[in-house]
Design a protein around this ligand. Structure first.
Ligand code: UDP
Length: 403
């Protein structure tokens, strides 16, 4: 199991000692996190690293998954999109199925018995609170960009949100004037020691890329993201086509299928169709395998890492790319500008402007030394603000306040 002391050489002894001290009034307290998938996507990624470190700090931390069915995940994916601004046909049947899955889970998951705090992640398990007599503080941790939610859905979800004792958001700009709750702002983080982020030897990088048939004879551009319309994989293909008019290079789109995201396959098929010819020549490679070391190897081999999202709650893939010291070219949306100052720690582009985005990619590919300098600054920014030890401290501070 990972321990806080494993991080000493990265974050320094003082941070580690401070964490143990901040946990001293919380020994033996029991905390439960609930989300809707163990793999795929940023929330699962964060909970995988956070849980053992909170345990090491002395807080008994459990993590459970809401056990939904395909109908439920179809509905919650529509909710997810509508919270980020899409329209939705919010029928009674959708509302009922959503609430029913939570009720079913509440019956066999007696989460209320022995916990001192319950943290609910994202909209899927939000209604659970409705089915328990509260015995402890409940916190809603919302990871999506809430700046323009669909109004009807927002009113519906507020019925549940208002019952919570705290709401945690990724950025202060997501606070809602019509939601009079107590907020906390926790920026997401990465784990520098996870298989996705740890140092890799050149030999291991080559081995993994070979295993997944990614040749390294041309400059490599990658986007690591679920096949999701807000990640705009079709837009990445368009940009790539423009870049290729100037520079011979290769694009990898790597997106595993998250079990709580039923739209993935549909979008994947669209991308495959659109990039058919480039896939045949091997200049576009689509990968759907879930493999952390492959993600790590792709990011480390990349000459440019893209994140062309149209909406992005935070964008852990940006953090991961910056941590590898790579030039990251990403959209100026959601949580991305928290991580990238344009021209200093990476490059910000307008996701609707394909020409500007392509020009930025070309500029970076033509001047690798300048890109390298910016990559170094990006890595330092992540080291200071977005490593998992910071999130451990955020949660300890919250628990010290509410438990
Ligand atoms: N991810 C992965 N394999 C993939 C695609 C994504 O491991 O094929 C990971 C990615 O490395 C990151 C997380 O899933 O850690 C995505 O988090 P992000 O905040 O970027 O987006 P989300 O999927 O949560 O919207």
């Amino acid at each position: 199991m990972k321990r806080l002391s494993d991080y000493r050489s990265i974050v320094g002894d003082e941070t580690i000692s401070t964490i143990y001290r901040e946990a001293k009034n919380l020994y033996g307290q029991r905390v439960l996190h609930i989300n809707s998938t163990y793999t795929g996507g940023g929330v699962a990624e964060i909970l995988t690293s956070l849980t053992p470190l909170l345990v090491d700090a002395g807080v008994e931390t459990d993590w459970r998954i809401l056990n939904g069915n395909p109908d439920f995940f179809n509905i919650t994916k529509k909710f997810h999109n509508a919270l980020q601004g899409d329209s939705i046909n919010l029928s009674d049947i959708k509302k009922k199925l959503y609430i029913r899955a939570n009720e079913d889970f509440s019956i066999y998951a007696r989460v209320n018995q022995s916990y001192d705090a319950v943290i609910i992640h994202d909209p899927q398990p939000l209604p659970l609170i409705h089915f328990y007599k509260k015995r402890q503080p409940w916190v809603w941790r919302c990871h999506v960009d809430l700046s323009q939610p669909n109004a009807e859905l927002w009113e519906f979800l507020k019925d549940f949100i208002l019952r919570y004792d705290r709401v945690i958001l990724s950025d202060v700009s997501y606070r809602k004037p019509d939601l009079p709750v107590e907020y906390r702002i926790f920026a997401p983080v990465i784990d520098p020691l996870s298989s996705k982020n740890k140092e890799l030897s050149q030999r291991d990088i080559a081995k993994y890329l070979k295993k997944f048939n990614v040749a390294t004879d041309k400059p490599l551009i990658t986007q690591i993201s679920r096949f999701d319309k807000f990640k705009d994989p079709l837009g990445v293909i368009k940009v790539f086509e423009l870049v290729r008019q100037e520079i011979d290079c290769r694009l990898v789109l790597c997106g595993s299928m998250a079990s709580d995201d039923p739209e993935g396959l549909l979008i994947y098929e669209k991308v495959k169709q659109r990039a058919k010819k480039l896939i045949e020549t091997g200049d576009v490679i689509l990968i759907t395998s879930e493999n952390n070391i492959l993600v790590n190897a792709l990011q480390r081999q990349s000459d440019v890492i893209m994140q062309k999202s149209l909406k992005e709650g935070f964008g852990l893939t940006v953090t991961e790319g910056l941590w590898k010291g790579k030039p990251v070219i990403a959209s100026n949306v959601g949580g991305i500008p928290l991580q990238i100052s344009d021209g200093e720690t990476g490059f910000l582009v307008n996701p609707r402007d394909y020409n500007q985005t392509a020009k930025t990619v070309i500029r970076v590919l033509r001047d690798p030394d300048a890109a390298h300098e910016i990559g170094r600054a990006g890595k330092e920014h992540v080291r200071r603000h977005f490593l998992v030890t910071r999130l451990v401290r955020d949660y300890l501070s919250l628990f010290n306040e509410i438990i």
